[in-house]
Design a protein around this ligand. Structure first.
Ligand code: TYD
Ligand code: MG
Length: 456
């Protein structure tokens, strides 16, 4: 009898190694290799073979030119949840596989249950739960008041059984909650192990592609990534969305990979006692400012995908007792803040080497663009000098190393959004100054940091 084959798979990138090593040579992550058993007679190639014999009987490889391909677009399945549709790029594509990742408790099951109950009224939908019992899901649906008559439910973790049930029922939409608990009898390792997750995902994806079923996988991510996380799946699926924010009421849904749309879109939900609710006007929430504003608080306009988002930045500068003063940034890039403090010293003449600097973006928003630079600097200056900035002031712009203020995309739209929310004064980069004046908005255009400081 042949000896069982073993391999070592990296939990981070999914690379396979023949020997154990402390560091994965493919992605350089430490301590991420797990030993997997490939079984006596089974190799990945054999597994693929058996999958093919399962579903690929009818297709034969035909070569054709790019131009000859039928480009008639399949109509997308509009989910009816506007924030989700936008992140997906306009709805679900039939035959596509979407992975929704997030920490346990983020609300993945809740979101998908709401989605599936609504969609089951229009098309055939099946929800496979591997983690919760049917009763648990049923009780949640009842508590949330969701329409439950049409949704097909299955409590199963064996992928062969799932595809068999799906072949019988022919759903247009299938949810797998979650991909980590799925297992296949053909793989001789524990459910949740990298090889199981990979095999099961490959099996289900093959089914989706050949039957045109849209699939949604739930994937758990742990902080240290010890579980076979979505990383190994990322190259197999079409879209990867992350549901973030477990410590506050708001959840953000962001695309990390999308074969059918842009990845910079952001969807915002609120977790309420009636499930997840869309947040249609996010600026209004992140801007809930108290009557009394303190020094160091300033509002900026971010650009999230296709829409502006007003957020408040707070800074606190305090004389330090430490030889090495603290620099702490929450929601902003730490290195960028250090760089901006250096610019402030060299080009603004403000010395802060003996001060602790803390900055925070209100509402748990993560800023990933440079347009918040100027607002961050001015918030720091405001706290340093203990001078409250006007409540109706909004600031955006990128700051360069030479102390120049650089333009950012969509300046006009950002200003309009700010005007809509009652802001009447703005400090913006010169190139972003509006050609036509915006009603009720007094704009100061600056090209150097010194001008912005003078404008304060
Ligand atoms: P869940 O969808 O089970 O999370 P996941 O599937 O991502 O692990 O959501 C669980 C959390 O959501 C739980 O902490 C409670 C909260 N929640 C509400 O606040 N309101 C609700 O109506 C529901 C259903 C859940
Ligand atoms: Mg869940």
């Amino acid at each position: 009898m042949a000896k069982p084959k073993t391999a070592y798979v990296c939990n981070e990138c999914g690379a396979e190694h023949s020997q154990w090593q402390g560091q994965c040579s493919a992605c350089n992550a430490w301590n991420t290799l797990t030993r997997i058993s490939l079984g006596a007679a089974r190799t990945p190639a054999a597994a693929q073979q058996s999958r093919r014999s399962g579903y690929a009987g009818t297709t034969s490889a035909a070569v054709q030119t790019l131009a000859a391909i039928n480009l008639e677009e399949l109509p997308r399945i509009v989910t009816g949840i506007g924030e989700l549709d936008r992140v997906l790029g306009g709805g679900l594509v039939p035959g596509s596989v979407v992975l929704i990742g997030g920490n346990p408790g983020a609300g993945k099951s809740t979101l998908l249950l709401q989605l599936m109950c609504q969609l089951s009224l229009q098309l055939k939908a099946m929800y496979v739960t591997g983690e919760e019992s049917l009763q648990q899901v049923g009780m949640r649906a009842r508590r949330l008041g969701l329409p439950s008559e049409q949704l097909l439910m299955l409590a199963e973790t064996n992928v062969a059984e799932i595809t068999a049930a799906a072949e019988q029922q022919q759903p247009k939409l299938l949810v797998i909650d979650s991909i980590q608990v799925m297992h296949s009898a053909e793989v001789a390792s524990a459910p949740g192990s990298v090889s199981q997750v990979r095999e099961c995902a490959a099996w289900l994806i093959q089914y989706a592609k050949q039957t045109g079923t849209a699939m949604l996988f739930v994937g758990h991510v742990t902080k240290d990534g010890t579980l076979a996380g979505p990383k190994v799946l990322e190259h197999m699926i079409d879209c990867f969305l992350m549901l973030d924010g477990d410590d506050n009421r708001y959840r953000t849904l962001r695309g990390h990979k999308n074969r059918f749309g842009a990845v910079n879109e952001l969807g915002i939900f609120a977790m309420t006692e009636a499930g997840l609710r869309e947040v249609k006007n996010p600026s209004a929430i992140f801007l809930a400012r108290t009557d009394e504003i303190a020094a160091g608080s300033l509002v900026t306009v971010l650009w999230e995908g296709t829409r502006p988002l007003l957020v408040e930045i707070q800074a606190l500068v305090d004389s330090s007792q430490l030889g090495n003063p603290r620099r702490i940034a929450v929601g902003l890039d730490h290195n960028r803040m250090a760089m901006l403090l250096a610019v402030l010293h060299r080009h603004g003449g403000l010395f802060m080497a003996d001060q602790d600097v803390f900055v925070n973006v209100v509402g748990g928003v993560k800023v990933s663009e440079t347009s918040a630079d100027l607002a961050l600097l001015l918030a720091i200056v405001s706290s340093f000098r203990d001078r409250v900035l006007p409540r109706e002031l909004v600031v955006f712009g990128e700051v360069g190393l030479a102390g120049e203020i650089r333009p950012v995309p969509s300046g006009q739209e950002r200003l309009q959004e700010a005007a809509k929310h009652g802001f009447t004064r703005a400090i913006v980069p010169k190139a972003n100054a509006p050609r036509q004046p915006i009603a009720g908005m007094q704009v100061v255009a600056v090209s150097k940091l010194s001008e912005a400081l003078a404008a304060l």
